[in-house]
Design a binder for this molecule. Structure first.
Ligand code: ZN
Length: 229
């Protein structure tokens, strides 16, 4: 049996993070965070870490080749453990999708890909994001909602349930920046989906306009039973 990579596609605020957290708790899957990998390499002073530092010092995005190397390294260790993994926010572009595909064709053949699109209404999304607060501890990064009707409210006001760090708004969670981010996001998402469909990989659709437990149930039913992942 091969290992699975579940690629969660969905705009910021669609509930990918929440679904990932449930999958980690319930199935023991591991989450790829390219942000954490970058920080880890910088902290350990590896060659890749030094390169990443150079780009971020100049305020530049880390190039796709470096991200691909990081992901390949990480996946290799997971392959040895026969772990299933979640990709949330990677691949972010068509270029990254291509690199990942190539990697899985050559070095990491034990992994199969399942593409999971988390579907959400634009109005609901804006409402969610404007009410969203995130744990300030980067290693934790749990997401909460300020809305009292939400099942994502923190137990204590503005304190993380998991690590007791302070919760904060993301500086770029405003309507204007949101519209711009969404436009860019959907363009990339469509390119990525087209790429995988062209390679014969199906897309599994989950509606995010329901309580998180139901989203998780839908995911379990579709992705694990019917989708043939
Ligand atoms: Zn936390």
């Amino acid at each position: 049996m091969s290992n699975k990579i579940f690629i969660f596609l969905g705009p910021p605020g669609s509930g990918k993070g929440t679904l990932s957290a449930l999958c980690m708790q319930q199935f023991g899957w591991e989450l790829l965070s390219t942000g954490n990998l970058c920080r880890d390499h910088i902290a350990r002073g590896t060659e890749l870490g030094k390169e990443i530092q150079r780009f971020s010092n100049q305020g530049l995005l880390v190039p796709d080749e470096i991200i691909t190397e990081l992901v390949a390294d990480w996946l290799l260790t997971k392959q040895q453990l026969s772990a299933d993994v979640i990709f949330d926010g990677y691949p972010r572009t068509l270029e990254q999708a291509r690199s990942l595909y190539l990697l899985l064709q050559t070095k990491l053949k034990l992994f199969g890909v399942c593409l999971v699109k988390i579907d959400i209404d634009a109005k609901l999304l804006v409402d969610r994001i404007l009410n969203r607060v995130i744990c300030s501890n980067k290693e934790c990064g749990h997401t909460y909602s300020l809305k009292s009707v939400s099942d994502l409210q923190a137990k204590n006001n503005m304190i993380c349930d998991h690590c007791n760090s302070k919760l904060e708004h993301r500086a770029d969670d405003t309507v204007e920046s949101l519209e711009q981010r969404l436009k860019v996001y959907y363009q990339h998402e469509q390119n990525i989906i087209d790429f995988y469909v062209d390679k014969g990989i199906e897309v599994c659709m989950i509606s995010s306009a329901q309580p998180k437990q139901q989203v998780f149930e839908d995911f379990k039913n579709m992705a694990l039973n019917n989708y043939g992942c």
